[in-house]
Design a protein around this ligand. Structure first.
Ligand code: SF4
Ligand code: SF4
Length: 372
């Protein structure tokens, strides 16, 4: 199936798909291959950490996806449609937020006989012990916090960090098209101060998303943010962050974002409502059964879905197989490429998995795009 979509049109038509690589996730090889596979499968947007190295890696992956489209997919399928580049989004925060933290501990302080329950529970393989690594591998940790309560000796702590607004201009010059601001109910002052600092860059953006978990008075809170977002971004997306970073745990995690999405729709906020936080392979089916997706929903439809931990977990067997190929290589044989497109069997598997997540959202023939 050849799927290419014009991102902002996807929002309007209610089938926007966003890949969340993780506001703290900085493992560049994984980010590159995730971006490549999901871009080729029809993602409208890829959301990455606001970090120059991560943005450079994601941009490079989008360039490689375009090349692969032009040189391999278009000629072999006879498709003459132009390549459509997904939007590149970065995530910022206006205060402490689990998406913007890293776990930390010193293995030297762990008892030698500890069965190490922290290691298998980490969904990002971010915990390893000497000689492989020294505790948390920071670039892999995306802050989910699952390792913290499982340590019987409370050895694991987390440290929050704050996005520096001065970094946004250079990131936009690097090719960032859109931003997502993580906030929480009651943070008007912090949001306003962040907005004031980034306002000069806003006119260069195609889209601004505001991500918020549920809380008392969320409707009024988001209305107040809407009023202070001046200059007005061309497109505003309200991201219903139901149960953050939990989509890989089980089907049921999607209910919180479904409920929050319905709440935000009922609030008639100016802009689009998109789900995140607990989204998984069950989300679209549930949205359709509730008539919250186009074309059966009316004008008040959910505009799209963002997938983070579930999308990453879906492709992890393929990325693990690629890692294994690299680890198995021994000199003088050349080390296999870390890029998926140099492993056609793995790329095909990755794209099949990515399509399985994207296509149900975009399955209506009327949604196959012919023009911008
Ligand atoms: S379990 Fe979550 S918080 Fe802990 S190291 Fe892994 S990714 Fe980081
Ligand atoms: S569970 Fe706690 S004590 Fe045991 S290895 Fe992990 S961090 Fe160390």
């Amino acid at each position: 199936v050849i799927n290419l979509y014009y991102p902002l049109r996807s929002l309007k038509e209610g089938h926007w798909f966003k890949l969340i690589c993780g506001a703290s996730f900085q493992h560049l090889p994984a980010i590159q291959n995730l971006v490549l596979a999901y871009a080729l499968a029809g993602a409208d947007c890829v959301d990455v950490a606001a970090d120059a190295a991560v943005v450079a890696a994601a941009r490079e992956a989008l360039d490689r996806a375009e090349r692969y489209w032009r040189q391999v997919i278009a000629p072999t399928t006879g498709c003459d449609r132009p390549w459509v580049r997904p939007l590149l989004m970065v995530s910022l925060n206006d205060g402490d937020d689990p998406h913007f933290r890293k776990a930390c501990f010193d293995p030297a302080h762990c008892p030698a006989d500890c069965p190490r329950p922290c290691e298998p529970i980490c969904p990002a393989q971010a915990i390893a012990f000497p000689p492989t690594a020294n505790g948390v591998i920071a670039e892999r940790c995306y802050g989910c916090g699952r390792c913290v309560p499982i340590c019987p000796l409370n050895r694991i702590t987390t440290a929050f960090y704050q996005f520096s607004p001065a970094d946004l201009g250079p990131l936009v010059n690097q090719g960032v098209d859109a931003i997502e601001i993580h906030t929480q109910v009651g943070r008007e002052a912090a949001f306003e101060s962040l907005w004031a600092a980034i306002a000069p860059v806003v006119p260069q953006l195609a889209c601004v998303a505001v991500s918020c978990p549920d809380g008392d008075g969320i409707e009024d809170y988001l209305r107040s943010l809407d009023a202070l977002m001046q200059p007005r971004p061309p497109v505003v997306v309200w991201q219903a962050d139901g149960r953050p970073m939990s989509g890989d745990i089980g089907d049921g995690t999607t209910h919180a974002t479904l409920r929050l999405g319905q709440k935000l729709l009922a609030a008639h906020l100016p802009g689009y409502v998109q789900l995140a936080g607990g989204t998984n392979g069950y989300t679209v089916e549930k949205l359709r059964s509730l008539h919250l997706l186009a074309p059966t929903a009316g004008p008040q439809a959910i505009a799209g879905v963002a997938y983070g931990s579930y999308a990453r977990k879906l492709l992890s067997p393929v990325l693990d197989a690629l890692d294994e190929r690299q680890a198995r290589a021994s000199p003088p044989a050349p080390r296999p490429s870390p890029y998926l497109e140099y492993h056609p069997d793995l790329l095909e598997s990755a794209m099949r998995l990515a399509h399985a997540l994207i296509d149900p959202l975009k399955r209506h023939p009327s949604l196959l795009i012919a023009s911008p």
